[in-house]
Design a protein around this ligand. Structure first.
Ligand SMILES: [Zn+2]
Ligand SMILES: [Zn+2]
Length: 313
């Protein structure tokens, strides 16, 4: 299974600001002065060794993940990141028709607002299906494209497939299950298995009661996953302050992943007001926490989801 992240921000698209860019340039120049650079030929190597918070953009597009599972192309959520994925798919297939399956966790804007900009939908030869357990899914998607909000109605290229609350279904050889999460409105996790590999995508969920019993339905659903993609919108402190906002944090994710025997844990749905540096620092603290909590030989690999991150399992 190959996984690529196209949108990792929660709530609203968050482009890099000029102030952030200027701050990065200042940090790089300062580091260059400290390193005593004397010749421009030294710059490429020096730049490559600068820390990620200077050179790497976590990304401002909202939720969208591409998953190649065997011969099936799955797309998890249709936030603004799906626009870039759509352009890439058209290029990749050189305009030839293809099949894609878009699995929506729920219909908050950060998970559907890219759908009207998914260019492959403008080619009626493409075979595109949108799935989701949110009630009245098709009407909700049509609703965001009424003339008051968008000039083009929901394209007929999209076959909308209404899932039930808790559902098991197959797309070819890919086995899929859903589970309701704790989120205002609704949100659903997907467990996706292909061959002997399993991915769980559980975004937009809050876990207020941290007792083993209360978490059991979720940890059972995460059980043994090769990769768990987890909502870590807030720091631990802000998660406590923002009770009932429907999101989680890295530390809760680590506890649940350890309990569930997950192998790789990816944190996504980053809070829009958090700058990249803060996210990398929180990941560092999460790694320290993991060092303390991990039983011998059971280290879970932790990743911060960034636009363009690719993971194969
Ligand atoms: Zn969201
Ligand atoms: Zn949401």
């Amino acid at each position: 299974m190959n996984i690529r992240f196209w949108g990792v921000r929660g709530s609203i698209a968050t482009p890099l600001t000029s102030a952030e860019l200027t701050a990065r340039i200042e940090m790089a120049v300062n580091a260059g002065l400290k390193a005593g650079l004397t010749d421009e030929s030294q710059i490429p190597v020096f730049a490559r060794e600068l820390p990620g918070h200077i050179t790497q953009v976590i990304g401002g597009n909202t939720a969208c993940i591409e998953v190649q599972a065997g011969s099936k192309l799955l797309i998890l959520d249709a936030g603004t990141g799906i626009r870039l994925l759509g352009l890439d798919l058209v290029q990749r297939h050189r305009g030839n028709p293809f099949e894609a399956h878009i699995l929506l966790t729920h219909t908050h804007w950060d998970h559907i607002s890219g759908l009207p900009f998914f260019v492959p939908a403008f080619n009626p030869k493409n075979d595109l299906t949108v799935y989701g357990p949110s009630s009245g899914l098709e009407d909700r998607l049509k609703g965001q494209q009424t003339p008051e909000y968008f000039p083009v109605p929901l394209l007929k290229t999209f076959n909308v497939f209404q899932l039930k609350n808790q559902n098991r279904f197959r797309i070819g050889d890919v086995r899929i299950e859903t589970l309701p999460l704790n989120h205002p409105g609704d949100s659903y996790a997907y467990r996706i298995a292909c061959g002997d590999k399993t991915l769980v995508y559980a975004t937009d969920s809050e876990y207020k009661d941290l007792s083993t019993k209360a978490l059991k339905p979720f940890t059972d659903f995460f059980r043994g996953a090769d990769i768990l993609i987890y909502d870590a919108q807030f720091t631990l402190l802000e998660n406590i302050e923002k009770e009932d906002w429907g999101h989680s944090n890295m530390f809760c994710g680590i506890d649940m992943a350890l309990e569930a025997g997950v192998k790789t844990l990816v944190f996504t749905h980053h809070e829009p007001v958090y700058e990249d540096k803060k996210l990398w620092e929180t990941l560092e603290k999460a790694n320290e926490y993991m060092e303390i909590c991990q039983p011998p030989g059971k280290r879970i690999k932790l990743y911060l989801a960034t636009e363009g991150l690719e993971i194969s399992i």
